[in-house]
Design a protein around this ligand. Sequence first.
Ligand code: XMP
Length: 514
Amino acid sequence: MKLDTILILDFGGQYCHLIGRRIRENNVYSEILPHDISKEEIVKIGKNREIKGIILSGGPSSVYEKNAPMAAKEVLKLPLPILGLCYGHQLLAYLMKGKVEPAKEKEYGISFATIDKAVAVFKGLERKEKIWMSHGDTVLSPPPDFEVLAHTQNCPVAAFAHKKKPIYGIQWHPEVVHTESGNKTFKNFLFDICKCQKEWKPVNLIKKLVSEIKEEVGKEKAIVALSGGIDSSVATVLAASALGKNLTAVFVDHGLLRENEARQVRETFKKFNLNFVALNEKKRFLRKLEGVKNPERKRKIIGKEFIRAFERAAKKVKANYLVQGTIYPDRIESGYAMKSEKIKTHHNVAGLPTKIRFKGIVEPLKDLYKDEVRLLAKKIGLPKEIISRQPFPGPGLAVRIIGEVTDKKLKILKKADKIVSEEIEAGKLAKNLWQYFAVLLDKKSTGVKGDKRAYGEIIAVRVVESREAMTANFARLPYQILEKISTRIVNEIPEVVRVVYDITHKPPSTIEWE
Ligand code: XMP
């Protein structure tokens, strides 16, 4: 039986993966593809999947830009329902001869739409809907044979539908949580229009994933790159049940971890029956980072050193295969050259340099999103401390020390970070927070300590609420907690004279400072 599938053509939007996830949350499988994929390639995918519809994502371009990303005309002529979102909406309008122009005023953030016709994708929506907008161009009139379904104050054609075919365009972002009826819109598209069945259930995949690992590695040996984060932990448990003692879990302590983190990971994985190696590579990483201030360079150096460490570990245990916890967004981001605006080079152990000395890389979670991995983690019985662990960037504290990373700065930051964690956890606030941590700045400030002028370090505290890290709000922490954090930091860390609280949302800021 072929799995019902929605294809998403990626025009480089930051929110493309959110579309993918919203669909999967509705138990329908989705795949993200390059925007210029050919009809032949789609037909090929259709041999293994039941393609039920196509979504065109948003993106940073304007349809009038030189080299603006396009979709192949034949793809848009396939007998499948099509939904264009944001840039996808503008592109449909442009290609089908509607009128698209740069908006007089760019719209960004929360807005309100008037639903003129609550039909098709908008079935069941209210007349006024709270929506999330983020666009420069605007559709001024719909193409011939299309009708307007919604408008906003600045957008006369905020949504349209073809009068006869199942083709729809929406200017706003139903995939973003701030669009209140976003999921209703997706449900209408998936079930009423595309007639999808609810077939996608990630936890049913466990057996299949284990047997695929077995098949790929055979009787050979493998190492798994274990960071202690949820993805690599799930990959480790799956690989351990496939390979038993032929698997060695390698944990690289690059010295950029939070206080006690290395010990915690070691303790957790003691319980699982696997070979476990912890490599203390702190000196090597710090040496390579000496004098490096540029955040992107720091990220690249760390990525490269990671893989070299795994290669050395593999050689020792004679492993030919590397298992890692790459998840779907990691793979897509590095999979094809996109027009996506690069914000920063993300990597965990997945951001491998291209030349890798392994016979094979095994990525059991490569088709799954984080929340799907979390479901698997629960099912296979991973401990709560791993399932609910805050996301932690692969480059670790290096991206939370602005400028050069030194041992001295690391010590200061680790202490401050521990205080932030302790106070948030003591205040029982952790459950509703996405991340909470400290950042060490590269500028000093004047203070008074013990009646004397002190010139010292500044710590920024970053605490955010988020559902998927694409957007985030700074947390409105009670003042008593903030006060406790700042008092403890300046009292317990002699080098620090000032603590500031980061009150920016994402966007425009990112969660991490570098
Ligand atoms: P930003 O800072 O881009 O972060 O808003 C979004 C989420 O991703 C985490 N992050 C990383 N995770 N490798 C990772 O595995 C990285 O290089 C990396 N950089 C940022 C960040 O902590 C937040 O949860």
